[in-house]
Design a protein around this ligand. Structure first.
Ligand code: ZN
Length: 620
C-alpha cells in the first residue's frame, strides 16, 4: 500500500526480502526511491507482535515526523518514520560489549542520548540520577526565570520574568551548546555547601548568603503589560492634556483620592521610566464630547516602573475601529524568604533564611563562604548522584579554568577508556590542592569553632523558579465580608481569607483547643448578636416593635383601668425589644450566633418552616 492506495501484492514469505531491498534502495538513493520513504512492514500476528492489519505500508507524503538511526550492516544513517519504528528492532548502544538482548537488530540508535528530549538532555549526568528526579527537573526547567527571549523591548507579554545575572553552567551536556542554550541561560552557578546548619535548612529549605543575594544572586525583573481599551463607538480619546484638566480644576478627574499625577504626560499616558505606587493612576482617558474623564489604576500590589507605552489601533472582530494602549511595567523581584529555587536534578527548595554573610560557616583554608546551604537529608532518599557529581566537577572545572562535559551515557561511547567522573574530578581537585572527595574543613561563623566533620562544598548550577511568595502570600485581619452571609470572602486578590474547613476544625477538636475553634469559626467570622425569645424559641419574632410599645403606652396611661401593670417594663418603653408572637419582651434575650444561622432561619421561614430554639437559662 502506497500512501493509502493499494498498488500491489506481496506474499508474506517474500515481504522481508522486499523490505530489505527497499531499504537498500532508500539509503543508496537508487531506482528513484526517496530517502524519506517510510517502509512499515506489519507482519502477520503469528510472529508475536503483529498488528491487526498485516501488510506492507509505504508513505512518501510530506510533513511526516522522521528520525535518524544507523543501519547496522551498512553503517549508513537511515531516516525512519513513526509507524515503521514500532515494528523494527533498534539496538541502543548501552556501553556493553555483548548485546544484552538476543533479538536480531537491523538498526542501531545513533547514541543513547537520543532517548532524551531537548529539556531532558540539558540535565548533567542524568544517567546517574533516579529517573523521577530527571522528570521533575524537566518540569522545573520550564518554570525557571532565566532569559526567555531577547525581544523584551518589542513584546507586550502579559507576564514574563527575566533573570539579571544568568550564567553558563560550568558543567553542562554536549547538547547545551548544540541547542545554543547560552542565548537562553536558565540559572546561576552557586557555591553550595551540604550541611544541616541552624535548623533553617530543614525539609528542603535552603539558607542563602545575604551578601551573595545583595551582590546579585537571583535578582530578577517581572514584566507585566496592562492594556487600556477605549470604549468602542464613543468619542473617547487618549491624548487629552492633563495639564489643561488640572488648570481647569476638573473636579471629576482628580479628586483627593486620586490627586494630580505629574508622571502622567500631556497625552494622558504615563511617562516611561516613572515610578508608580500600587493603586496609583496609570493613565487618563477623556471623552471629548462630554468631557468626562476616566482614570485607570495600576493593578496588583507591586511598586512598578513604567517600561514602555505603545498605542495601536485596528479593526475589531465586530468591524469597529478599536484603539488600545499597552503599558508595560516592570518591577524588581529580588529573592526574599519563601522564594523557590532548584538545582538541575529535581532538588527544589525554598529560601528560608537570608543569612548575613558574616554568620555563615566559612572554609578554613580559603575563608570563602558558600552562597547556598542545603540539608544533606535531601540526598539519601532521592539518590540524585548527578548533583553530587556536578558539584565536584564544577568545582574542579572552576579551579582548572574550563567547562566540564557532563553529558549522560559517556561510558557508552568509549567504555574501555572512560574513568568514573568521581575519580577524574577527584584527581583534578587533588591536583589543585583540594580534598579528593570534594569536602572542606569549615568553621562555624557564629561560634568560631571548627566543625568536627568535613563539609561537602562545590559548585551547583541553581535555577530560580517563578513561584514567588509575593504572588502567593495571603493575609487578612479585617476585610471585606459577604453581604449576604456576613462571612469573610474568599480569594487572595479580593483580600479574603483562607478557607477554614471541616478537616481543620477536626484538627482543632483533636487538640482540644476549643477557644481557638470558637475564635476562628465564630468571633473572627460572622459573629452576630441578635434577640431571641426564650418563650417561643424564635429568632425572627423578636423585634424593636415601637408601634406596639407605643400602643401599650397609650393603653396603659389613657385607659387608666390598671391593665397596664400587666405589661412588662420593657413593653412600655419604646425601642425595647419584644416578641411579636408572645406579645411580651420578658423572654427576649441577646444571644451571639453565626449570622448565617439567622439567615438560614429566615430562608426556611420563607418556606413555612419554623426554627425553634430551646434555650436554657444559664443563671438557673
Ligand atoms: Zn416569643
Amino acid at each position: 500500500m502506497l500512501d493509502g492506495l493499494i498498488v500491489g501484492f506481496v506474499a508474506e514469505s517474500d515481504a522481508k526480502l522486499v523490505v530489505s531491498a527497499l531499504r537498500a534502495a532508500k539509503v543508496s538513493g537508487s531506482n528513484g526511491v526517496s530517502s524519506h520513504l517510510e517502509i512499515a512492514h506489519i507482519p502477520l500476528s503469528c510472529c508475536g507482535y503483529g498488528g491487526a492489519f498485516p501488510g506492507l505500508y509505504l508513505f512518501s507524503t510530506s510533513s511526516r515526523m522522521m528520525r535518524p538511526v544507523i543501519q547496522q550492516q551498512s553503517r549508513i544513517t537511515e531516516n525512519i518514520g513513526s509507524l515503521e519504528q514500532a515494528f523494527m528492532s533498534i539496538r541502543c548502544p548501552d556501553g556493553r560489549q555483548k548485546p544484552t538482548c538476543i533479538a536480531e537488530h537491523a538498526h542501531e540508535e545513533i547514541g543513547p542520548g537520543t532517548i532524551l528530549s531537548v529539556v531532558a538532555s540539558l540535565t548533567p549526568w542524568s544517567d546517574f540520577n533516579q529517573s523521577p528526579r530527571n522528570m521533575y527537573q524537566c518540569q522545573m526547567a520550564k518554570q525557571t526565570m532565566g532569559m526567555p527571549l531577547h525581544s523584551f523591548c518589542y513584546r507586550p507579554d502579559t507576564k514574563i520574568y527575566r533573570l539579571h545575572t544568568p550564567q553558563r553552567p560550568v558543567a553542562m551536556t554536549g547538547q547545551y551548546d548544540r541547542y545554543q542554550m547560552d542565548n537562553y541561560p536558565l540559572g546561576t552557578n552557586a557555591v553550595v555547601a551540604v550541611l544541616a546548619h541552624t535548623g533553617y535548612d530543614m525539609e528542603d529549605a535552603m539558607i542563602v548568603n545575604k551578601g551573595a543575594m545583595e551582590r546579585g544572586l537571583g535578582h530578577a525583573t517581572l514584566y507585566k503589560t496592562e492594556t487600556v481599551t477605549l470604549v468602542a463607538g464613543s468619542d473617547e480619546n487618549f491624548g487629552q492634556c492633563n495639564m489643561i484638566q488640572q488648570k481647569l480644576g476638573s473636579p471629576i478627574a482628580f479628586t483627593e483620592k486620586h490627586p494630580f499625577d505629574p508622571d502622567i504626560d500631556a497625552d494622558g499616558a504615563p511617562r516611561p521610566g516613572s515610578m508608580k505606587q500600587a493603586g496609583s493612576i496609570l493613565c487618563s482617558v477623556v471623552d471629548r464630547s462630554t468631557g468626562r474623564v476616566r482614570l485607570h489604576k495600576i493593578k496588583g500590589s507591586d511598586h512598578v516602573i513604567i517600561d514602555r507605552v505603545s498605542i495601536s489601533s485596528g479593526k475589531s472582530s465586530k468591524g469597529q475601529t478599536e484603539t488600545k494602549m499597552s503599558v508595560t511595567v516592570r518591577c524588581d523581584r529580588n529573592p526574599i524568604i519563601g522564594d523557590k529555587f532548584s538545582s538541575r536534578h529535581g532538588q527544589k527548595g525554598v529560601l528560608s533564611f537570608l543569612c548575613p554573610e558574616e554568620d555563615l560557616p566559612y572554609i578554613e583554608k580559603s575563608g570563602s563562604r558558600p552562597d547556598i546551604l542545603i540539608n544533606p537529608h535531601a540526598f539519601p532518599s532521592r539518590m540524585t548522584i548527578g548533583m553530587l557529581l556536578e558539584s565536584m566537577a564544577s568545582k574542579a572545572g572552576a579551579l582548572d579554568g574550563r567547562f566540564i562535559d557532563a553529558s549522560p551515557f559517556q561510558a557508552a561511547n568509549d567504555e574501555a577508556h572512560i574513568i568514573s567522573p568521581t575519580r577524574e574530578y577527584g584527581e583534578m581537585l587533588r591536583k589543585h590542592g583540594y580534598n579528593y572527595s570534594g569536602s572542606e574543613t569549615m568553621v562555624n561563623g557564629l561560634t568560631g569553632e571548627r566543625f568536627d566533620v568535613d563539609i561537602f562544598v562545590g559548585l551547583v548550577y541553581y535555577q530560580r523558579l517563578r513561584h514567588m511568595v509575593s504572588d502567593k502570600f495571603q493575609v487578612r485581619s479585617l476585610g471585606p465580608n459577604n453581604p449576604l452571609t456576613q462571612q469573610p470572602i474568599k480569594g487572595r486578590k479580593a483580600g479574603g481569607g483562607i478557607r477554614f474547613g471541616e478537616m481543620e476544625r477536626d484538627a482543632l477538636i483533636a487538640h482540644g483547643s476549643s477557644y481557638l475553634i470558637h475564635d476562628r469559626l465564630h468571633a473572627c467570622s460572622d459573629r452576630h448578636v441578635t434577640s431571641l425569645c426564650t418563650y417561643c424559641g424564635s429568632l425572627l419574632a423578636p423585634g424593636a416593635n415601637i408601634q406596639m410599645a407605643a400602643a401599650h403606652q397609650v393603653h396603659a396611661s389613657g385607659a387608666g383601668n390598671g391593665q397596664g401593670n400587666l405589661h412588662s417594663f420593657d413593653d412600655i418603653f419604646p425601642g425595647k425589644v419584644s416578641c411579636r408572637v408572645c406579645n411580651t419582651g420578658t423572654g427576649v434575650h441577646n444571644v451571639a450566633l453565626p449570622f448565617v444561622f439567622k439567615y438560614l432561619a429566615a430562608e426556611l421561614a420563607a418556606m413555612n418552616i419554623r426554627i425553634g430554639l430551646k434555650v436554657g437559662d444559664e443563671r438557673v
